[in-house]
Design a protein around this ligand. Sequence first.
Ligand code: URA
Length: 232
Amino acid sequence: MRLDKFICKSTELTRSEAKKLLKMGDVRVNGEIIKNAAAQVHENNSVTVNGESLTARSSRYIMMHKPVDTICSNVDEVYPSLLHYIEIDKAFDLHIAGRLDADTTGLVLITDDGRWSHNIISPKKHCAKVYRVNLRNEITTEKSAELIERFKCGLQLQGESQLTLPAVLEILTEKQVLLTITEGKYHQVKRMFAAVGNKVVGLHRQQIGDINLDVELGEWRYLSDDEVNSFL
Ligand code: URA
């Protein structure tokens, strides 16, 4: 982890206050003065500020049920960041592991552990995400087997050179499906249904890996150790 981040994590200081201390030569790592805010430190390094030893606060892991008209970003844009819902100390030091569109609801995982979130968002990890999708056009019984096969074989999305990875489509009703995908391209679900001539009119993420959404809209909770460990 970056040294300035380590200092913020283990004190009440902001990133700019931590940088000031570093510039002044007040920070030592394993006894040596370090002024570079980007220097990497590990939890077993000894970090002191003005001779006082720092211990990094342990990482935080959260699930949240995202409402519509919020964004998965640390800064407010047209809509507010969903981090406003997490009323804990330094909530804006957290980041979101796998974004949802402003009009999508459902499971969002939030943390300050970059290595953990990497296991969720890296395309190489093939982490499964399950979406409940409401569609504009009906999927008729005659067409359903063919559609399931098309999602399984991979779809050609507009602007992409490669087919999508195999996805599992489960038809719940004529206009509602469950879709499991293991990648996270921009607007992927909406583009997949556009590729088969349909349109997503409602999108909700209910599962990431083994973690199932179980809090009410707009609410959040810390993950259990088992849930955290499922991505390690
Ligand atoms: N795919 C989309 O199109 N939108 C989302 O929010 C998530 C996946």
